[in-house]
Design a protein around this ligand. Sequence first.
Ligand SMILES: Cc1cc2nc3c(=O)[nH]c(=O)nc-3n(C[C@H](O)[C@H](O)[C@H](O)COP(=O)(O)O)c2cc1C
Length: 370
Amino acid sequence: MKSKMCEMFGIDVPIFAFSHCRDVVVEVSKAGGMGVLGMARMSPERVEAELNWIDEHIDGKPYGIDVLMPSRFDDSSDMKFDPEQLLPKEHVDFVRNMLDEAGVPPLPEAEAAEIKREIVKGINFTPQESLAMIETALKHPIKLIVNALGSQPVELVERAHAQGIKVGALAGKPKHALRHRQAGCDFVVAVGTEAGGHTGDVSSMVLWPSIVDAVAPMPVLGAGGVGRGRQLAAALVLGCEGVWAGSLWLKTAQSEVTPEIKQKMFEADASDAILTTSVTGKPCRTLRNRFSEAYDEPGAPATLPAPTQNYLWWQEGRTRVERVRAKEFLTYPVGQVVGDMHEEISVKEVVYELLNEMLDAKERLNDILD
Ligand SMILES: Cc1cc2nc3c(=O)[nH]c(=O)nc-3n(C[C@H](O)[C@H](O)[C@H](O)COP(=O)(O)O)c2cc1C
């Protein structure tokens, strides 16, 4: 395919796969697209191990990384959580009572303290730690760094460009995209509200062309709601140079999602991918579950700001729930395309299905316009 994003990375098809799972990253790149590993808040040691594995398995194909990087190295204000500061008792009781009543056993005393320490470490990730993680990644043949938290710091953009690495960032509004262009990004990812994970409130149908126009001629990837070939075709028709998809890979045999959560996804429809602040404190599209629904009931407390709500959920909820795989509480970030997920298939099959349906859409359009 002749798109600016294919030319930029020397890839066959402009399908960019965001995934926390290295197997998905490798398979998408090998199928002709571009795998991007979500590193969230990994330690440098973990980054080294994951990228070594990718380098050994990817047959020299290009791949990228996605990081949570504050736009200035001295700015970590919205990522700090003070574990000494007690979680409000009303909130802790709310979660504990909910799980007790549902028969979800508490964490064993012996493990609880260590689990909590690990959670705090993951949440209180400093800019210096982000930098150490990126330094490690820069020693690998990565071709792309994408930031989820805004524009990258200028120093990082310059370092990346000096090594021939391209830089992109996620945008939910044209003004974010313009800021990324100003910061030196090579392209932007326009994320519509349909997307899994943290997302804004404008739909892809409206957002994609508005960002394309705002930053032209800079290339834009359409994200949010790409689960099939007709949506890939729509992104191209709306002016995008390719797509960035995250939820789609969760149904694959290679994905990191447990069989129980995968099954819940296969049973869900589009409206079960709810936008909720209950998991992280910020609007995050995630699979409907009893925990999130409890916050909508009369008498429930309002959710806490980020990252305290995230800490509450991990400490008091998620760890307890996942130990015993309590189905009604199990959840995972996923977008509205969950309604189109019905069975497990391989990553390669997903890519081929996307391309086949896109070609059908092209023929249909040709027939209509002829
Ligand atoms: C399970 C999951 C985890 C995500 N985590 C991140 C993340 O750590 N960093 C990030 O930039 N985006 C993250 N996203 C959002 C994706 O980058 C992407 O914007 C989104 O998945 C696109 O919409 P779609 O889900 O409809 O494909 C996540 C998405 C999912 C589904």
